[in-house]
Design a protein around this ligand. Structure first.
Ligand code: NAP
Length: 458
């Protein structure tokens, strides 16, 4: 690994990188199949990713013709790594077993360990014989849509593909590692004005928000639309706020602290609701809905922007869904991609049909959408929302912080990159965008990377 890292840092050409022998093993954050029952009987909140996520040396897999091997410089924590590390709603090992049945190459994924992680920035080291558009030396970011492009169902919108999966969650060889293996159609150019860790945190959340709000497959937001955004400084929410502002909409951001409210105001989101301060109680103690509280919430939105939301950007799920469906404007759209607080949702259908609302289910993004979202990052029109960076051997702690909602924006993970700030090549664009915007979410100092030290010790 050292030779590869030195070559990257010294600006080696693609040819030089291709001539360096790949190591046979690499360090990776893994879950182990034997641990799948370790949290049986423990409440969700108390399931601790620090116990399940382990750093291990694992073999480099063989390369299929349509794949690429990437030296991962940085990655990020997504909520899906929280789900997989607490084995909820189900263990991800079942997905690996099902994937393995699809082809000879897919068999590689079914292992007693799962290398997790659905984001990454890095450098292409090898490409398979069928790869046309990428070559060793290319600097890339990785989106997580893993598609079987030989399946007809994937050729309208690839998210509708019968075998569509999320890389590093429903497949093996994910991004929280020194090396990862991806399909070539997951690659996108690395935004040149960003460091490795800034470039690594965007693809999953940014593309998801793009599809939910901007794409015709989502809410198809128009200028002037009022958009209610839950978790507006969280992973997907912080990109959603930027899309609404960029597209001439009016964001109403919901957060749970004064600190987060301040970040939102700094981003240009004027209408902010602090849900902790407001103390909404959408559910009664007997598990029935509290419509009075829905009305109070709707009244608070009207007090801020004078009207009901055209679009509700929904993902907390059970705790908020009834309220989201209620407050959406007549003819409005609720777009949802998740259910963090519980997936069995309830709402009052009378307010849905009589007010002619739409409910849109959304999941990640197809390659075109992810590419369009990445282009906006590369042009400096959407900013990364990196708040902290952890070293690869601290992945458990990083996932724990996201699980317990102790973070803002996105948490980055240094994989091969030794320190923050490496990898910027377009300094002119960086100056134009400005450090103030790029560091808006940054909090405190990050722990020093110990990845290389632990690697060289083995
Ligand atoms: P995140 O960084 O943890 O942010 C979510 C935010 O939602 C939290 O910071 C919190 O903000 C708010 N929230 C959490 N529980 C809430 C509740 N009960 N009521 C109201 N607000 C609540 O997570 P993320 O990356 O944004 O992801 C959010 C969800 O979307 C996760 O479940 C994730 O798995 C899912 N997701 C799905 C896709 C997909 O493709 N389907 C893609 C990305 C993410 P405040 O405390 O400040 O209110």
């Amino acid at each position: 690994m050292r030779q590869i890292l030195d070559a990257i840092n010294n600006g080696a050409t693609g040819g030089q990188l291709a001539s360096i022998k790949l190591p046979t093993t690499y360090k990776a954050a893994v879950l182990e199949k034997n641990d799948a029952e370790m949290f049986a009987g423990v409440a969700s909140r108390d399931k601790d990713p620090r116990k399940s996520l382990k750093l291990r040396e694992v073999p480099v897999p063989d390369l299929a013709p349509d794949e690429a091997v990437i030296a991962v410089m940085a990655s990020s924590i997504n909520f899906n790594t929280v789900w997989s590390s607490i084995f909820e709603p189900v263990s991800t090992f079942g997905s690996l077993t099902r994937l393995a049945k699809e082809s000879a190459w897919a068999k590689r994924h079914d292992l007693p360990y799962h290398v997790v992680g659905s984001d990454g920035s890095g450098v292409v080291l090898r490409v398979g014989t069928a790869v046309r558009n990428w070559k060793p030396g290319d600097r890339v970011t990785i989106h997580c849509n893993h598609v079987d492009d030989q399946d007809p169902s994937a050729h309208d919108d690839s998210m509708l593909g019968a075998n569509q999966r999320i890389w590093g969650y429903e497949t093996n060889f994910g991004g929280l590692a020194e090396i990862c293996v991806v399909k070539a159609n997951q690659l996108m150019p690395k935004p040149a004005h960003l460091s490795w860790e800034e470039a690594a945190v965007n693809a999953l959340c940014n593309s998801t928000s793009y599809r939910m709000l901007v794409s015709q497959n989502g809410a198809n937001m128009k200028q002037g639309d009022v958009v209610l955004i839950w978790g507006a400084t969280g992973g997907i929410g912080a990109y959603a706020v930027q899309y609404v502002l960029n597209g001439g909409g009016i964001p109403v951001g919901v957060v749970s602290s004064a600190d987060k409210a301040r970040i939102l105001k700094e981003m240009g989101c004027e209408a902010v609701i602090d849900r902790s301060k407001a103390g909404y109680k959408f559910w009664n103690d007997d598990d029935s809905h509290n419509e009075v509280e829905w009305r109070r919430f709707g009244g608070d939105i009207r007090a801020l922007v004078g009207e009901d939301p055209d679009i509700v950007f929904e993902h907390p799920g059970r705790s908020t869904f009834g309220a989201s469906m209620y407050v959406a404007k007549k003819g409005g759209t609720v777009v949802t991609c998740a259910a963090t607080s519980g997936y069995m949702m309830e709402f009052d259908n009378r307010y849905f049909w009589m007010r002619l609302k739409r409910l849109v289910g959304s999941h990640f993004a197809n390659y075109r959408e992810a590419y369009a979202a990445n282009r906006l990052i590369a042009k400096g029109m959407i900013d990364p929302v990196l708040s902290r960076t952890f070293a690869l051997d601290q992945v458990g702690e990083a996932a724990y912080q996201v699980h317990r909602n102790m973070h803002e924006g996105k948490i980055g993970v240094l994989c091969l990159a030794q320190t923050e700030g490496e990898g910027v090549t377009d300094h002119e664009l960086r100056t134009k965008v400005g450090e103030a915007r790029l560091r808006r979410f940054r909090r405190g100092c990050s722990p020093k990377s110990t990845t290389w030290q632990s690697q060289s010790a083995t």
